[in-house]
Design a protein around this ligand. Sequence first.
Ligand code: ADP
Ligand code: MG
Length: 250
Amino acid sequence: MVKAEAVHKSFGPVEVLKGIDLEVAPREVFCIVGPSGSGKSTFLRCINHLEKINAGRLYVDGTLVGYREHGNKLYELRDREVAAQRRDIGMVFQRFNLFPHMTAVENVMEAPVLVKGETKAKAQKSARALLDRVGLGEKCDSYPAQLSGGQQQRVAIARALAMEPKLMLFDEPTSALDPELVGEVLDVMRDLAQDGMTMVVVTHEMGFAREVGDSLVFMDDGVVVESGNPRDVLNNPQHERTKSFLSKVL
Ligand code: ADP
Ligand code: MG
């Protein structure tokens, strides 16, 4: 579902991704862990066209991200083509980024109506079903300010799901939450995983990674230091940098 081959990304003179290689299989829960500044968010942003890579190849569902390949040359996609690629990818951020002036159900139905041209009636019906699925059937008509952080993040997940993505990206979805609200968001993510959604999850929740993750990579300083089954990497890290990081977070 995702394939990165020697992906490089720089901001000016600063190289942030120094050749990332990885593969995410369909239906896999793929966890990325690593210290702050190691390039985890940048990598997710490249998958979702929020950043352009400088070298290497990045594929989603077998299709090159942001470019068309012709012979040995790459041509940048047009905005419309980029928008079509992005439509299949849902992203959930650390901060929930809900529209404050819209109710939960309005937040969830916004993109299907605006981007997919669904009728309001149909979009609202699906939005209510999605909010029900994330345990917020009773909160459809609440505004973000009336919801807890955990509830807002669950609305954000429902909003991403409303576009029926084939891939979901999560960037530290529980890092901004009070500890007692983390579990309800992880529960929703666990359900999503059980339903077979392909998920790339940047997280510091090692319990979640161990229990729900199918694969895990440890990133540091723009490279993948080690990867494997989450239980193996977390229980028996091979590299000094991984050991040192895990000793601080576990
Ligand atoms: P992580 O998510 O692992 O904490 P990031 O991908 O956010 O790491 O950042 C990696 C590095 O890239 C950091 O040093 C950060 O300052 C830098 N960086 C990220 N985005 C930008 C940007 N738009 N412009 C310049 N530097 C950036
Ligand atoms: Mg980050």
